[in-house]
Design a protein around this ligand. Structure first.
Ligand code: FMN
Length: 308
């Protein structure tokens, strides 16, 4: 089973990826959060840093672009190839209104003739690196999936990651695992399942349902439990010392990059995933003023009694 760490803009940056790999491992490929391509083809400083080979040493990563312009994408693929990466990804999944309004991300699923024209132009010339795609299963409704699937199957994508939700469903609506069954049945090249895998049992259930599953991509499940990929491979759960080392190293890496206040803000945001709806831990986290008390909150250690 190939396990991808889902790209998560604002979270899974180079510091995060390196520390995760060192402490927990279990990931085959880390997805890089998208580069939003522009007419001038100039990337933001943080985007350039994120894709720099020194930021990703020792890791397999998959750079990703968000664009509706085949010329921009082709130029970016040249850049990715010159940096030495073996594959790159096109984002057809981002549901943010600022992105979809401009017909990018999952906005490209709204108008399939336009998507087809884009892909025809893109694949008319040979690409400098193989291209994969990350898609949702529709814009408004999962009923759109068979047509999207048929369209994607017409192009030589290296693999296709399927987030089994529509744009409308954003991140919390129900999932449609049967859309992944259909991708396997229709012979889409190397489908990667994505959506709501939170435990090793969830992955087992997927494999029981679709024994041909070769690969999964996991995002929020790994934020809540950074040892999840290792556990899927039969390894140990995260221990307390390991979790302390994880949060401390992340904090220090982010502090050195962004300064202490912002690093603490990022850590608190990340800890919302393991803390979930636990009111006591949420309260502890909100009150925490340094990394040690944040960690205590995330681990459920702290001064508040359980009924406070
Ligand atoms: C905060 C956040 C940022 C994300 N950024 C990206 C991104 O840059 N590129 C992308 O393809 N998907 C992005 N996603 C979507 C995730 O990669 C993933 O598809 C989604 O969370 C569903 O998988 P999960 O249920 O395992 O979390 C983002 C999701 C979240 C919550």
């Amino acid at each position: 089973m190939i396990i991808y760490f889902a790209p998560m803009e604002g979270i899974t940056d180079g510091v995060f990826r390196r520390v995760h790999h060192q402490i927990f491992g279990g990931i085959d490929v880390y997805g890089l959060p998208f580069h939003k391509l522009t007419q001038s083809l100039s990337l933001l400083t943080r985007e350039k840093r994120d894709i720099a080979p020194e930021e990703n040493r020792g890791l397999r990563v998959l750079p990703q672009a968000l664009t509706r312009d085949p010329g921009q994408l082709a130029a970016w693929l040249d850049y990715v190839s010159a940096l030495g990466y073996p594959c790159a990804d096109l984002n057809l999944g981002c549901p943010s209104p600022t992105v979809t309004r401009r017909g990018r991300g999952s906005g490209m699923l709204r108008d399939l003739p336009v998507l087809r024209a884009f892909l025809d132009r893109l694949f008319a010339a040979s690409l400098p690196v193989p291209l994969s795609v990350k898609t949702r299963i529709g814009y408004e409704s999962p009923d759109e999936w068979p047509e999207i699937l048929a369209l994607l199957a017409d192009y030589p994508f290296a693999h296709v990651t399927v987030h089994v939700r529509t744009m409308r469903e954003q991140y919390t609506g129900g999932i449609h695992p049967e859309a992944f069954d259909l991708a396997l049945k229709r012979g889409l090249p190397h489908p990667v399942y994505n959506g709501d895998l939170r435990t090793p049992e969830d992955v087992q259930a997927l494999v029981n349902r679709c024994p041909a599953t070769e690969a999964v991509m996991i995002g929020r499940g790994l934020l809540a439990d950074p040892a999840l990929a290792r556990r899927i491979r039969g390894g140990a759960e995260a221990g307390e010392e390991e979790l302390r080392a994880w949060y401390t190293a992340l904090y220090e890496g982010w502090r050195d990059r962004f300064q202490a206040t912002m690093a603490l803000g990022r850590i608190k945001k990340l800890m919302e995933w393991p803390v979930g709806d636990d009111i006591r831990r949420k309260r502890l986290l909100r009150r925490a003023e340094d990394i040690e008390s944040c960690i205590d909150a995330a681990l459920g250690k702290g001064p508040l009694s359980s009924n406070e």
